[in-house]
Design a protein around this ligand. Sequence first.
Ligand SMILES: [Zn+2]
Length: 502
Amino acid sequence: MVARIITVAPIGYEGAIIEVECDATKSLPSLQIVGLGNKAIDEAKERVRSAINNSMLDFPKKKIIINLAPAELPKDGAHYDLPIALAILCVSGQLQQIELDGAVFAGELALDGNLRPIKAAINIAQIARESGYNNLYLPQSNVSQAGLIDGMNIYGVSSIKQLYLHLKKEKIIIPYARSPLECSVAHILSPPTLDDIKGQEQAKRALIIAAAGHHNILLSGTPGTGKTMLAKALVNLLPDLAPEEQLSATKIHSLGNKINGEIISRRPFRSPHHTASLISIVGGGIQPRPGEVSLAHTGVLFLDEMPEYSRSILESLRQPLEDKKIDISRANGHVTYPADFMLVGTMNPCPCGYFGDKIKECACTSTQIIAYQKKLSGPLLDRLDMIVNVSRVPNELLLDSESLCQSQHITASDLINQAITIQNERYGSSNKHNGTLCNSDIKKYASLTVESKSFLLTAANRLSLSARSYFKVIKVARTIADLDNCTSILPLHIGEALQYRR
Ligand SMILES: [Zn+2]
């Protein structure tokens, strides 16, 4: 008799159903696993053997062959332990095939038979659901994450013995039920709010516009002007994650290197260091993992001192900024991860940082300054809608009262939410923002008045704006008009948008 247990192989952002087949013959006792498994799966033999023996169940004294089908798919991870153990219990008659049919199993076994948390639980749940399975058995600590997938009975299992008793209907496990209040505490970084920043009214205004229209933004200024703090405050201005955004962000994070059952309930803020490797930024590895551009999906990718990043890293951002996803090709396959993030960068105006400062003198030569600023290539700068100069805050302002800012912050969130609602209605989708419009969309939706059009044309000629910059000004002006709850773009909106060009 051959036993069959269903599990899922996560492949990048997707996955496939895997059948764990098991056959036992009367021969010298041994356990063999075939079907393109990697080292973790080969080591499952020892874990499964110990786990079964330590759970007061019988490990059959026969020649056992496990086949992971389809055989051509590479398989990775320790979550095959549980289905392998169940297949062995089934082939030896301790469980019946009928007790295992219609369900999907995944879990890593400890030697004492307990279950350890696994990676990609949410992928496994999604693939199982899409393939028509209604029952899923996972390690206890993975159920809340997998519970983001609706319409399934998800059972949290703590040990193989507990699952055995459940399948034998001796001690039933109650399926997991998500409570509406349940909100895991992932990403508790508490970023500064606009109230924490003194002065910098123009920069704060720019952040509100960037957050409302999903505009990529670069903050330029001398050291110590609070650029980093401003950038960090931006993530607090963005609206809460919608349920489907929560699901996609959690899914990506569950594929990362850290195994835990957390749910991403706040917008991610990723700030990779400038010495980070290209693979850690874009994703990759032997089994391609998501990189920072994907971990920042639905949130903010923050690059502090952008010119310090290597050319290859900066150039690698162009594809995800354009397509909102990243393709990773490796010898053993091709993976696509979502990468829809807002890019927020900071830079000094020159290598020493004081070019244009009123107090300290710049020590750089003009050649050095030009070379430094050129590190951000034209195509990358083209993807930054707004460039804002952040200047020093006079010392007397630093201790100024906060009452004004307090009230400003409340209106800031309200304003942003209002502008986002207007955009959602205009574009009929919550994924489209002014900042992500293509040129034909801009022509369709801009609604410039006659005066605005002629004002923009005059300005474009006088400032010799490129075509790209021209459209960018319209995009930013569209957001400013939305913040004003104004259906047409007026000359004053164009005027403000022009300030955010270099
Ligand atoms: Zn300098």
